[in-house]
Write a protein that binds this ligand. Structure first.
Ligand SMILES: CC(C)(COP(=O)(O)OP(=O)(O)OC[C@H]1O[C@@H](n2cnc3c(N)ncnc32)[C@H](O)[C@@H]1OP(=O)(O)O)[C@@H](O)C(=O)NCCC(=O)NCCS
Length: 254
């Protein structure tokens, strides 16, 4: 089975300065006007760089997933989707990011795959919200659920993950992707998402992280791998990335 790496980091993991961000990355802050959006953006970048660091050749690795890798830049494509560059080349990986409640989640897969990830706080969702954004089948499942708040947020998160994998985000109608839960399982639960217009199916996995629900989707299907877990020198996803040259980082502030 193909592997899909994931990593989460909290606001407390972030360094106070921006020395780990490149000048090019920092232009991504421009459109983010509130302190919260800037803070979320920084945490996402830190988490992505740490996740990618675990896939780099040992010779160029800056350490463990605890550190941000100085040679890796995480930039945004015109549609907002993240991608990574190192040594002047786009890295051959599929990347997705999410942030919620002071935590970020990053998913990394092989270049040929479509991946999406999302984090949502488990909170009450109104009947109007479910009626407006869920399909009839999803709304019925929430109505019948023993834990409706968990299911509503799980379905919402799975939709966002799939819409990120499709690279349209919330520009698309959220009812254009339909989530069906798999049987209950310990650890990572399963679901699948049918994207009706594209006639594509994504396999998904979900789990609780504190008061949040996390979802990962991919096509082709992939097994989640915690990039924080020790690998004894083996690459966690079965492939390594090579970086030719480090990029210039922003000078330290005086
Ligand atoms: C993608 C989207 C669904 C994310 O929703 P969210 O719950 O607010 O935020 P999350 O923290 O879960 O995810 C944000 C990340 O999604 C990623 N993302 C943004 N647009 C994306 C796209 N088109 N495809 C894939 N990923 C995308 C980015 O990495 C972003 O984080 P970053 O800006 O720090 O790099 C939403 O921002 C969206 O639809 N954006 C595009 C359309 C838009 O801007 N609409 C206005 C709001 S309706």
């Amino acid at each position: 089975m193909i592997r899909l790496g994931y990593l989460t980091r909290s606001r407390e993991d972030l360094p106070p300065d921006d020395r780990w961000l490149t000048a090019r990355e920092l232009t991504g802050v421009d459109g983010r006007r509130t302190a919260k959006r800037i803070s979320d953006w920084r945490l996402g970048r830190w988490t992505a760089k740490a996740a990618i660091g675990t896939l780099l050749e040992p010779a160029t690795r800056a350490g463990s997933a605890r550190a941000s890798h100085p040679a890796v830049e995480v930039l945004a494509a015109a549609d907002g989707a993240p991608f990574a560059v190192a040594g002047g080349q786009t890295l051959p990986i599929a990347l997705s990011l999410s942030h919620a409640a002071g935590r970020a989640l990053c998913a990394v897969g092989a270049a040929a795959s479509a991946v999406g990830c999302d984090l949502e706080r488990v909170e009450p969702r109104s009947a109007e919200f479910v009626a407006s954004y869920f399909t009839t089948g999803e709304a019925l499942a929430v109505e019948r659920a023993a834990a409706p708040d968990l299911l509503a947020n799980l379905i919402w998160s799975a939709k966002e993950s799939a819409l990120k994998a499709l690279r349209c985000g919330l520009r698309a109608d959220t009812r254009s992707v339909e989530v069906t839960l798999g049987p209950a399982a310990p650890g990572w639960g399963t679901f699948h998402v049918l994207a009706t217009a594209e006639r594509r199916t994504f396999r998904g996995r979900w789990c609780r992280i504190d008061d949040l629900v996390a979802t990962l989707v991919s096509a082709p299907p992939a097994e989640p791998v915690d990039l924080d877990a020790p690998t004894r020198g083996a690459s966690p996803l079965g492939f390594r990335l090579r970086v030719e040259a480090p990029v210039a980082v922003t000078p330290p502030s005086a």
